[in-house]
Ligand binder design. Structure first.
Ligand SMILES: [Zn+2]
Length: 299
């Protein structure tokens, strides 16, 4: 405002000079503003990098993934990724048969015998995905499980996330499963080929990794229904509800674990499945079908 008034009094030349001065001042002002903005952007970028770095560091060193037989929390996020199994329905005399494959992970354990007792009451068999390092402590129940027609599937030696996946290579993973396969062979005289990847095959197992598993002679199953039982201690009702609200396919592979709450929920789960017209099936190597998250036909 002041500039315009001065310019009005002193004529054209002064006006031009004033305008130039104003431009100069504006340039300086914009210059300062740009510098401030640049510093701000650099500061934010720097802080972001530090934050990402720290998060990664915390992830890697302060809180590594659980190394025990407890399933990782990301499994919760995997529900949405579980696709329908795109297979031809099994028919018997023109009727579509509804098949439920009950699977138990993380055994053998002190619960295996009770699970087998409950299965027996429903004339059901199950597929057990067992951890290698627990086999020798529960030798008898592993023998019983096979004798009663259940399938002794493999679930790695250690169930250790870092050991199995952190390098990104399949070599430790394949090594662990081969070792466990040999252990089962020596223990019961049967060589299982069906595996279940600890924490599921997605997202940690990519296409090349899957090829390596297939090349080592294994088949791999994930699941179609996650009971979330591992995360519901003391809440067998919720486990029953969860399975009940999830099953709807002609073929269901139901993920459960050898846990106290699962033992409590199992009779009701089996009853509910029977009432809904399901027959219980156990994995049959001679009638293998694809049940991995990626739909990979090599597995
Ligand atoms: Zn597991």
């Amino acid at each position: 405002m002041k500039v315009e008034q001065t310019a009005g009094k002193n004529g054209a030349i002064s006006r031009t000079t004033s305008r130039m001065k104003t431009h100069k001042r504006r340039r300086i002002r914009y210059g300062r503003l740009s510098a401030a903005l640049l510093i701000l952007v650099m500061l934010i970028t720097g802080l972001t990098y530090i934050f990402i770095g720290m998060t990664q560091w915390i992830k890697d060193y302060v809180a590594p993934p659980p190394i025990t037989a407890i399933e990782q929390p990301t499994k919760l996020g995997m529900i949405a990724m579980t696709p329908d199994v795109k297979e031809e329905p099994v028919r018997f005399q023109g009727q579509v048969r509804k098949l439920a494959y009950i699977t138990f992970d993380d055994g053998p354990s002190e619960h295996t015998a009770t699970l087998l007792d409950i299965l027996k009451q429903h004339e059901a068999k199950a597929t057990f995905f067992m951890i290698g390092r627990q086999l020798n402590q529960h030798k008898e129940v592993v023998e019983r499980l096979v004798k009663e027609g259940s399938y002794p599937g493999l679930h790695s030696m250690t169930h250790n996330y870092n050991k199995l996946y952190k390098s990104g290579s399949s070599s430790n993973f394949v090594k662990e499963f081969k070792k466990e396969q040999k252990m089962v062979q020596e223990l019961i005289g049967f060589t299982p080929h069906l595996i279940r990847a600890p924490y599921g095959s997605s997202p940690q197992i990519g296409e090349k990794f899957r090829g390596d598993i297939a090349a080592a002679g294994f088949k791999m199953w994930d699941w179609t229904t996650d009971s979330l039982d591992w995360n519901l201690p003391g809440q067998p009702d919720k486990i029953v509800d969860r399975v009940s609200s999830s099953v709807h396919r002609d073929k269901e592979v139901i993920l459960m674990h050898e846990r106290e709450q699962t033992v409590q929920a199992l009779p009701r789960i089996l009853k509910m499945l029977e009432d809904r017209g399901y027959e219980f099936e156990v994995y049959d190597p001679s009638a293998h079908w694809i049940a991995n998250f990626s739909g990979d036909t090599r597995l």
